[in-house]
Design a protein. Structure first.
Length: 52
């Protein structure tokens, strides 16, 4: 599979949300970056499907 270029993207979030996301990525056995990427992709896909 071809590697997709990745870039750093900084966001500011409340400390409790950061903690919850980190724990969720561990529970999902994914890196934090992979977890956030997957969750954002899923959200955007379902959001786009609802708009159709």
């Amino acid at each position: 599979m071809a590697q997709v270029e990745k870039r750093q993207f900084n966001v500011y979030l409340p400390p409790d949300l950061i903690k919850r996301v980190k724990h969720a990525s561990v529970d999902a056995d994914e890196s934090l970056s992979s977890f956030v990427e997957r969750v954002l992709e899923e959200y955007l896909r379902t959001s786009e499907e609802r708009e159709r």
